[in-house]
Design a binder for this molecule. Sequence first.
Ligand SMILES: [Zn+2]
Ligand SMILES: [Zn+2]
Length: 129
Amino acid sequence: MTDIEKLQIYRKSKEGKGYKKIAAELNIPVSRVTAYLQRHKEEPILHCECCGKEFMPLPGRITKRFCSDSCRKKAWRERKKKDPSFYMEFVCEECGRKFKAPKYKRARFCSKECFQENESRRWRIENGK
Ligand SMILES: [Zn+2]
Ligand SMILES: [Zn+2]
């Protein structure tokens, strides 16, 4: 049973819901709800899946798995880094070299230098210099 499941069971029972109702809502066997509630009287504490810190999600946000937005984003980035489909090959608009970057970036240049070079040329053209 995950921490989130435990907390959902606990909160629902506090709302006055019966074992059967909780089980149906969470789509788990009644026996698991019963077993859990008979053994635990305290509200369970969630641990952030990113930094491991204990945290208490607000009511209605029980499905949270991270203590903060920054942890959530960090975990997302870490997961993506390991996924090869996260990257794609781009061709630098300045030097024509191929390079890899995360898809979502829609990268146009292989480096900061190429970006700056392109910017300054465009500036010169726009300003007739
Ligand atoms: Zn965290
Ligand atoms: Zn380049």
